[in-house]
Ligand binder design. Structure first.
Ligand code: CMC
Length: 427
């Protein structure tokens, strides 16, 4: 028998099995706890709760380690491509050249959108936030691709996963084009996944589009950095939505809605807005003081993380990518200097040191995306595009798990106890 965790409570002594993963903290299996003790555990925000078993992504927040299927994010960002990482996340192993070619071909055959779906965009105001458009259009996919929504059929799951990954760049680019009043561009499957997205976003029908190889590479790397991140809020949302048997398109739309929040995917937009507000390095001390003031809601956006209590390994790659993009495009942005200085000052300030607050993936991403030409409102859309592969892989893992159950948390009820209804004229 393995390790047991002992609990003495409510006048009894209980033992619960301790489960071991391949790496990382052990977990106490409390599935039978309510049945045995009549008590629940209380963990709002899931700070001490593993909500599922997963073999996809591992994070060691204290050491600043992020592994996808065992491979460190730095190695993947340096040597791999977003399509290869997508294959890895979906299938568990890196593909052979032949497998990769076939996968890329399959994805490229699903890049177009149903023409009727393109009409959807016209129902939105031109000034709608593109994340609002993404939620709506992705949610509507199930109305167009009914033939792949039988979640008990592995082939349906595979096709819907491929469709989601393939169509997301087309959907995201169309959201951008609609906002700026330019015509939608159809996909060009002779380009890479990322090259195709850049062309659909920045190209126009009136002239040939010149793809900048360094920008394509940087964008692809940014997609890799956002591909998956264990059981974060939006991924947990996708899993919870999927646990009821909802179709994958609806589940990913739920994930997009959750990602939008400024504490999650919306932080990249918030981080750049914050840097713009700070402006020059001489204003940094004022904002650092505001971030430390408990009576001021201001926080350093792009700083801190629920899991990382060390430098976010994705932020390291992001920081070096800023320089690459600046060199390639021959641009400079004084906000980068402000960001570097802000990081330096914060990392030497006892408040940030004691609370272990480090730059996260969003701190530098806005500077790169802005240099490439994206407006801030598109930042979270790009995150959603890339994270779709993680959501889909996690959703597939959950549905394939024979022990899968509908997610149904319990609560600590603090409302009124039972009382008698009083008619309105007697109140
Ligand atoms: N600036 C100032 N203080 C902060 C910050 C910050 N960015 N982040 C955390 N703190 C303080 C917080 O006030 C609290 O202090 P105290 O213990 O005195 O009350 C302490 O640090 C712990 O913070 P928390 O909010 O309890 O921690 P959490 O794990 O619930 O929140 C977080 C994590 C990411 C929501 C938070 O750090 C934050 O709001 N950061 C800014 C938003 C951001 O950059 N989000 C992107 C996350 S990475 C991308 C993604 O996964 O989506």
């Amino acid at each position: 028998m393995g390790d047991q965790a002992k609990l003495s409570a409510a006048g009894g002594d209980y033992e619960f099995p301790v489960l071991k993963g391949s790496v990382g903290p052990d977990v106490v299996d409390i599935r039978k706890m309510y049945g045995q003790t009549g008590m629940f555990t209380f963990d709002p925000g899931f700070t001490s709760t593993a909500s599922c078993e997963s073999a996809l992504t591992y994070i060691d927040g204290d050491e600043g380690v992020l592994l996808h299927r065992g491979y460190p994010i730095g190695q993947l960002a340096e040597n791999s491509s977003f399509m290869e990482v997508s294959y890895l996340l979906l299938n568990g192993e890196l593909p052979s050249q032949d497998e990769l070619t076939k996968f890329e071909f399959t994805i490229s055959r699903h890049t177009m959108l149903h023409e009727q779906l393109l009409q959807f965009y016209r129902g939105f105001r031109r000034d709608a936030h593109p994340m609002a458009v993404m939620c709506g259009v992705v949610g509507a996919l199930s109305a167009f691709y009914h033939d792949s929504t039988d979640i008990s059929d592995p082939q349906h799951r595979k096709i819907s996963s491929h469709r989601l990954i393939a169509k997301m760049p087309t959907i995201a680019a169309a959201a951008y084009k609609y906002a700026i009043g330019q015509p939608f561009l159809y996909p060009d499957n002779s380009l890479s996944y990322t090259g195709n997205f850049l062309r659909m976003t920045f190209g126009v029908p009136a002239e040939p589009f010149e793809l900048h190889p360094a920008v394509e590479k940087a964008m692809d790397r940014i997609f890799i950095l956002h591909a998956d991140h264990e059981q974060n809020a939006s991924t947990s949302t996708v899993r919870l939505a999927g646990s009821s048997g909802a179709n994958p398109f609806a589940c990913i739309a739920a994930g997009i809605a959750c990602l939008w929040g400024p504490a999650h995917g919306g932080a990249n937009e918030a981080a750049l807005n914050m840097l713009k507000e700070i402006g020059t390095p001489d204003k940094i001390p004022h904002y650092i003081e505001r971030a430390k003031d408990k009576n001021d809601p201001f926080r350093l956006m792009g700083f801190g993380h629920r899991v990382y209590k060390n430098y976010d390994p994705r932020a390291t790659v992001m920081q070096s990518t800023v320089r690459e993009v600046f060199d390639a495009l021959k641009v400079d942005d004084p906000l980068f200097e402000t960001a570097l200085r802000l990081e330096e000052i914060a990392l030497n300030d006892p408040y940030f040191v004691e609370k272990k607050l480090f730059p996260n993936v969003d701190f530098y991403s806005g500077i790169i995306l802005s240099a490439i030409g994206f407006p801030t409102t598109m930042f979270t859309v790009l995150f959603a595009l890339a994270r779709t592969v993680g959501w889909v892989a996690q959703w597939n893992e959950m549905i394939s798990d024979p022990g899968q159950k509908i997610g149904r948390p319990r609560q600590l009820y603090t409302g009124p106890t039972q009382r008698e209804y009083i008619p309105v004229d007697k109140r």
